[in-house]
Design a protein around this ligand. Structure first.
Ligand code: MG
Ligand code: MG
Length: 629
């Protein structure tokens, strides 16, 4: 399998696009005519630039409104084709994409179109060029790859083939099994795009909402498997029209694109009938067994405050790192680290982001394999020097430049706490609050990075994304989407903020970037936890009394239960699978907070309560007496 991307898929000036495409690791690039019309160089210059980047031009596009034209339009169309052929020869590519005719002047008829293509094939052959025909989902007469294939078949010319585009086929729900009978040497190239399921006009959907394979909801894996079943092992070429991507960083979009194709190839090669697709072997998606630890970076002053909060939450300081200023706090299966070292990455992270939960360790089946997969998918490796005898934990860079450590039980990795840390006995006696494990952590990112991180997590780890929900913040909408695995041992809520007046947007602006905004712990008994917290002097987030009247009516709760919820500032939700209780801390620093949940079968994250929680957090963020901005 070779990877390619159409220049139209990413933003920037033409040279910048090429540099980003090459840096991301693509083998080829589709040259979109408009891209170089705006560029100040000849087609020959463009061709040279592309090859200087080590890229191949996979095709030139588009050639529109060709087949089925009545005279005199037909003759003019052939003249136009000859001019495109001139450009192709100067560019140095042998393939042109002809998309199905949308002109009202065009005439239908498979044989008429086939005859036109036969003639075009003759002209192309004279110059050693090839022509690929693609059915646009909104073509006037041809909008189905099966009809395009019938035209190509009847054109019966070695220089005429079909171009498949996953969006055009899947958006119209055309049977993908029909691809399997196309001879592989007649498939000149395959274009890939995914899209979120939205019921809208096909042309508008395609021009604005396409996204990378795996980022949307279309069955792109099944499509690609059907292609591979023909024996096709040529280019998979991204053709993505997306307003968000056009506004994004060319480097980041190209990197996402390459990751999406490698991930797609890896999924498809595992389907036996599709094994013709040759893709580098890589380990399976990593199974996350639990969250190993969460590490905060802080200065001495913030560390003191954070220590107090952790202690009121019932965490005991159990150990100190041998060679760094890192304290370990524990409760149940939860491990939190507080790093105040003046050297190393944690300190650099503190300098940029202030006090934050900058690293999370995931316990996986096999850390070496998980790391190898992440690197194969373009994740950025991270390493820093450790002292003699200490454990070197494999790590990659994650959201907001933070770290994801990968730990397993196969080696010393699982024993890092015993090896790198010395137990301390002098911690003040705090009463445990029955917190068992990390239920989820929430990462806040800029809205236009949401797809990047969804693809990052779901391609490396065995986890899926849930549909997007809108969380109403009093100051605007925050988009929320969850990455979770079947067992619930990995749950990440990703919140995309468009507006800095929202709580999430404020967090990003103040933290100079994305990161973990809240950390949720699980308890089996929320009321026992609430009582223990109270005894430790923990200050819960005060919830408006109005909430409780509403929740009682909504769920028909026993008034006694409502009273208990209200007394302890506990939020309540329920779905078909069970109940959910939530208790929040006030915010720390610029909007970080803790959450405690009791989840009894419930599958969500309390989205219905978010508006009350956000309003309460915002109120708590403002010092008393300071008027609302
Ligand atoms: Mg296309
Ligand atoms: Mg939460």
């Amino acid at each position: 399998m070779k990877t390619s991307i159409a220049t139209v898929s990413i933003s920037g000036e033409f040279p910048e696009k090429l540099a980003a495409i090459a840096a991301a690791g693509f083998d080829g690039v589709e040259i979109f005519e408009n891209d170089f019309l705006a560029f100040d160089g000849s087609p020959a210059d463009v061709g040279r630039m592309v090859r200087d980047h080590g890229l191949e031009i996979t095709l030139f596009q588009p050639f529109r409104d060709f087949e089925g034209m009545p005279e005199p339009l037909r003759s003019r169309t052939f003249d136009r084709a000859e001019r495109k052929f001139d450009i192709m020869q100067q560019l140095g590519t042998d393939l042109v994409l002809v998309c199905s005719n949308v002109s009202p002047a065009s005439l239908g008829g498979i044989d008429r179109a086939a005859a036109d293509f036969h003639e075009l094939g003759e002209r192309a052959a004279k110059r050693g060029l090839r022509v690929g025909y693609e059915a646009l989902a909104w073509g006037r007469h041809i909008n189905d790859h099966r009809d395009a294939w019938e035209i190509v078949r009847r054109a019966d010319h070695a220089n005429i083939g079909i171009i498949l585009d996953s969006f055009h086929t899947l958006s119209r729900k055309i049977d993908i099994n029909s691809i399997r009978s196309i001879p592989k040497d007649k498939i000149f190239i395959v274009q890939m795009a995914d899209a979120p399921l939205i019921d809208m006009d096909l042309l508008y959907w395609s021009r604005h909402f396409r996204n990378m394979p795996g980022e949307g909801d279309l069955p792109v894996t099944e499509f690609t498997a059907a292609v591979a079943a023909t024996g096709y092992d040529g280019y998979l070429s991204l053709e993505i029209f997306n307003d968000q991507f056009r506004g994004g960083s060319p480097k980041a979009i190209a990197a996402d694109g390459h990751r999406s194709l490698i991930y797609l190839g890896d999924k498809v090669r595992r389907i036996p009938e599709a094994s013709a697709l040759t893709v580098a072997d890589m380990p399976d998606r990593a199974t996350v067994k639990s969250v190993g630890f969460v590490e905060f970076s802080a200065d001495e002053k913030d560390a003191e405050n954070l220590t107090t909060i952790l202690q009121t939450l019932g965490f005991r300081r159990t150990a100190e790192h041998r060679s760094k200023k890192v304290s370990l706090f524990e409760q149940g299966d939860i491990r939190l680290m507080l790093n105040t070292d003046e050297q190393g990455f944690a300190n650099a992270s503190f300098a940029v982001h202030g006090t934050s939960a900058y690293a999370v360790a995931l316990i996986v089946d096999d850390a070496a394999k998980a790391y190898a997969r992440a690197i194969a998918l373009g994740a950025e490796p991270f390493a820093q020097a450790v002292a003699e005898g200490e454990v070197e934990i494999p790590a990659i860079r994650g959201v907001g430049g933070g770290l994801i450590y990968l730990i397993d039980d196969r080696s010393d990795l699982g024993r890092f706490a015993e090896i790198d840390f010395l137990p301390v006995a002098d911690s003040p006696q705090v009463a445990p609050t029955h917190l068992r494990h990390v239920d989820h952590f929430a990462q806040t990112v800029a809205y236009d990075e949401m797809l990047t991180w969804l693809l990052f997590y779901t391609s490396i780890f065995d986890a899926d994304k849930t549909p997007m929900v809108d969380i109403i913040d009093p100051a605007g909408v925050v988009r929320s989407q969850v990455v979770e695995n079947g067992s619930g041992s990995l749950r990440i809520t990703l919140n995309g903020a468009e507006n800095r007046r929202t709580l999430a947007g404020h967090f990003i602006a103040e933290k100079f970037g994305s990161g973990i905004q809240h950390l949720a712990f699980h308890t089996d008994d929320i009321f026992a936890t609430a009582a223990a917290l109270k005894a430790n002097g923990f200050r819960p987030l005060p919830i408006s009394p109005n909430y409780y009247g509403d929740v009682e009516a909504r769920f028909g709760l026993d008034p006694d239960l409502t009273e208990r919820l209200k007394a302890d500032n506990i939020l309540y939700d329920r779905d078909d699978h069970g109940e959910y209780f939530q208790l929040y801390s006030t915010t720390f620093g610029e909007g970080f907070f803790f959450e405690i949940v009791q989840r009894s079968g419930y599958r969500g994250y309390g989205a219905a309560n978010a508006i009350f929680r956000i309003a309460a957090l915002k109120k708590a963020l403002r010092p008393e007496g300071v008027p609302k901005l």
